[in-house]
Design a protein around this ligand. Structure first.
Ligand SMILES: [Zn+2]
Length: 367
């Protein structure tokens, strides 16, 4: 475990209110409140990054039979993603601030690329999705419940460890946990498939701007283009239809009970992803969901399935009328020719507005 001292990192908690500062004029008080709110957000991000790295390093140590190169690859991805969120924060956080002073030089020496590239290269995923990729690569989960139980224990240790700290975060303040995990598989109606499960996490970052950045960069880099197409058209009602045999199940983390519990799909996922057997079944009528298109865990899991299952990829269609030529390649072409460029421009503008040096879009890529 990394030394604890850094968690407090000079941040003090403020609890001042208008009631205990009666002589401060309202506009001054409002200004002070905003400054404190900003400080709190920055401090939460810093502590979340520290706690998450601490727990992830522990997890890597616990898994003794995993090859060192695999661990190093994932640790570097994790460091880079967390440093990146520090970089694009409204008041940027330097990479070394996420580490205890005693480890800063060693980490920089061992893992130079994340330190150098967090100001120029983008991550492809949020920290919790990187964790999910790691554990599903190195551990064989035979059922979604096994994975949920593993993640519950990971989360519990994340919080328990933080409880020892005077200024530690609770589950709701934490920046990098995914509230929902989705699992999907394809069951060939003709039979004969191995029902490989694909897992995805909801976007594990806080802030409207940050989420939009992750959705845009996922659209141009991480997700299958048919998913990016559906997410892009979420507002217009255009959607994609999957071939017969698709199943999707989601689990939401219940903070009070510290457990993942089954969750029905949101109205947006039902609208964007047609002909999927969701479990538990959708609520009727569908609720008005406030989050952005692309935020849900289903997007990542269905995208992984599309990227890994040729027969499903070939069976995906758009609901556009008159229809695109009847093939999945037509969806990809439509996305590449008329949508992708605008997303790239928007992403570059968003990054620039947060002091990120993005002349061109480059992604963190380990050789
Ligand atoms: Zn959804």
């Amino acid at each position: 475990m990394l030394p604890k001292a850094v968690v407090t990192n000079g941040h003090t908690e403020h609890s001042t209110t208008a009631a205990n500062e009666p002589n401060v004029p309202p506009e001054k008080w409002q200004q002070k409140r905003l400054v404190r709110q900003k400080e709190k957000l920055r401090s939460n991000l810093l502590k979340s990054g520290f706690q998450f790295l601490d727990r992830f390093v522990e997890l890597l140590k616990e898994m003794e039979d995993v090859p060192k190169d695999t661990k190093k690859k994932y640790l570097q991805k994790m460091l880079h993603a967390i440093f990146f969120f520090g970089q694009i924060h409204v008041t940027p956080i330097e990479p070394r601030e996420f580490l205890p002073e005693s480890h800063q030089d060693t980490f920089r020496c061992l893992y130079l690329a994340p330190f150098q590239q967090c100001t120029t290269h983008l991550p492809t995923k949020t920290p919790y999705s990187i964790l999910l990729d790691y554990v599903t690569e190195v551990k064989r989960f035979t059922t979604p419940q096994e994975l949920m139980s593993f993640l519950q224990s990971f989360n519990a240790q994340l919080w328990n460890q933080s409880l020892e700290e005077p200024h530690a975060l609770n589950a709701t303040e934490f920046t990098f946990t995914a509230s929902v995990i989705a699992c999907c598989f394809y069951s060939d109606p003709q039979g004969g498939t191995d029902l490989h499960h694909f897992y995805g996490a909801s976007l594990s970052c806080k802030g409207l701007h940050e989420r939009r950045i992750m959705i845009e960069l996922s659209s141009i880099k991480t997700w299958h283009k048919a998913m990016a197409y559906a997410v892009h058209h979420g507002d217009t009602g255009l959607a994609i239809t999957f071939p017969e045999g698709m199943w999707s199940q989601a689990f939401q983390f219940n903070v009070e009970e510290q457990k993942y519990q089954e969750k029905s799909p949101c109205g947006k996922c039902q609208q964007m992803f047609r002909n999927v057997n969701f479990w538990p079944p959708p609520n009727t009528p569908a609720t008005g969901d406030k989050w952005q298109y692309g935020n849900c865990a289903e997007v990542e899991s269905l995208s992984k399935l599309l990227l890994g299952t040729r027969v499903v990829e070939e069976g995906v269609r758009s609901t556009r009328t008159p229809p695109l030529p009847n093939s999945y390649e037509a969806i990809e072409r439509d996305f590449t020719n008329s949508i992708e460029e605008d997303i790239k421009k928007s992403l570059i503008n968003r990054l620039r507005s947060r002091q990120f040096k993005a002349k061109t879009l480059q992604f963190f890529n380990l050789q």
